[in-house]
Design a protein around this ligand. Structure first.
Ligand code: AMP
Ligand code: MG
Length: 420
């Protein structure tokens, strides 16, 4: 007797929250030490602290004159120039101005004790050893006090942070040439379908090339994971079970195709045969309605070596459906397996360029083109032939998000988009 998966069709938001709830309990499988540059885009697995006060001295933020603010309350004021402090000048050797005196100073140089403000060079007229200051400053102006940006020992970057260029700069600024990051999760990619052949094979007239394994691998890579592309599974239980067993060796399993209602869509049935637990078997979205999320203990009830259940997604095989369901549902799981702190899915807003008409009932994520610049972003649907039209998807640059209750959206209305 063949097993059957339950029917659990969620709204988009409920399906997303379901994934987020499970993702909250997932952890990366290990950690590794990398050189700072190799760690770009990876997820930090340690705390990074300030190794000293930042800045380590009161730092001039302008080229000009280090003064006592009290000396330049009335302008113009004439001061005696007693020296110069350039960036990199030793703190001990700095000339120290007294009342009526000033020091020429450069951006990034330490402000001497005797001064409490910096006047920009633009508001000065130097004349030999004298300078006329033409604008008054208040105490502290154009100086960042010692330790104002961070105190020695302060936590600067927490575990779970993705190391973008700003975090990399911060790590470099506190002397971290190597950092500990979470290990990359290995994600199995299993495309199914009797009509699907690999990219190197010349397809027969009745066959199509496997593109889903490649879009998924590219998405996995962009999200910080490592893709393990398995051979294509035919629509036949025995070989499908063999490949599922192989896939379950990985940290996460993505199966593309074979989750719809067709006679040869066997994926759910074969997962049910493994006593899989299904969290949902559909979401009210288009494309991607038949998306499946669940977990399984191991092939044929065999426990995985770590004793932990393996999570899987069954993604509909239409190329756009596969791509969209990855972005909407797989990403939070991959983030969690990478050790990244959870972050909500945020849509951005743009003005609709031309009218959109759809049927109600499903939340839609349709290929669209965002154009314009600065505050004048406009978006319009890409002409396409449906979810299999990879050429149209590649021409588009975002997804237009259409709420399930809208039949028609007029030009000029603000609409949500998902950037890609
Ligand atoms: P399925 O989800 O298996 O019903 O497939 C839906 C559609 O996507 C069909 O037109 C399939 O031929 C196509 N498709 C399935 N798998 C792939 C794949 N790996 N690459 C490209 N297209 C696919
Ligand atoms: Mg199929």
């Amino acid at each position: 007797m063949s097993s059957q998966a339950p029917s659990l069709v969620f709204s988009f938001e409920d399906a997303r929250h379901c994934v987020e709830t499970h993702a909250a309990n997932m952890r990366p499988k290990g950690r590794e030490l990398l050189s700072l540059l190799d760690a770009t885009g990876r997820v930090l697995a340690e705390e990074i602290h300030a190794d000293r006060n930042i800045p380590p001295f009161p730092r001039a933020t302008r080229d000009g004159y280090a003064v006592r603010a009290a000396d330049v309350q009335r302008v113009p004021a004439r001061l005696e120039i007693i020296g110069e402090i350039r960036a990199g000048a030793s703190l001990d050797a700095s000339p120290n101005p007294k009342a009526g005196q000033t020091v020429s100073i450069m951006t990034g140089a330490p402000v001497p004790d005797g001064a409490d403000a910096v006047v920009m060079v633009e508001y000065s007229r130097a004349d030999g050893s004298q300078v006329e200051i033409t604008k008054s400053v208040s105490s502290g102006e154009n100086i960042v006090p010692c330790g104002a940006e961070a105190q020695r020992g302060q936590l600067l970057v927490s575990p779970g942070a993705r190391l973008d260029y700003a975090a990399i700069a911060l790590a470099a600024s506190v002397g971290r040439s190597r950092v500990i990051v979470s290990a990359k999760p290995r994600v199995a990619v299993l495309s199914t379908g009797d009509e699907v052949v690999d990219v190197d094979v010349q397809p027969g007239p009745h066959q199509i090339r496997n593109s889903n394994s490649y879009s998924l691998a590219a998405q996995i890579k962009a999200a910080g994971g490592e893709a393990a592309i398995l051979p294509i599974a035919p629509d036949e239980p025995v070989r499908l079970q063999e490949l599922l067993a192989e896939a379950l060796e990985c940290d996460l399993v993505l199966i593309a195709g074979g989750v719809s209602m067709g006679k040869y869509d066997l994926v759910e049935q074969e997962l049910a045969a493994l006593k899989a637990e299904f969290f949902f078997t559909g979401a009210k979205i288009q494309p991607g309605k038949p998306v499946v999320f669940g977990r399984v203990l191991g092939p044929a009830g065999r426990e995985p070596s770590d004793g932990k259940p393996k999570y899987f997604f069954g993604l509909p095989g239409n190329p756009l459906s596969t791509m969209v369901t990855f972005e909407l549902f797989v990403r939070p799981v991959l983030d969690a397996l990478c050790g990244a702190a959870p972050h909500p899915l945020v849509f951005t807003q743009a003005k609709l360029k031309s009218v959109v008409r759809t049927k109600t009932g499903l939340k839609r994520f349709l290929p669209a083109t965002l154009s314009g610049e600065f505050d004048h972003a406009e978006v319009e649907l890409t002409r396409w032939q449906g979810s299999g039209d990879i050429a149209a998807i590649a021409r588009s640059n975002c997804f237009l998000v259409i709420p399930p209750d809208r039949e028609q959206i007029e030009p000029g209305e603000w609409v949500s988009i998902l950037r890609r």
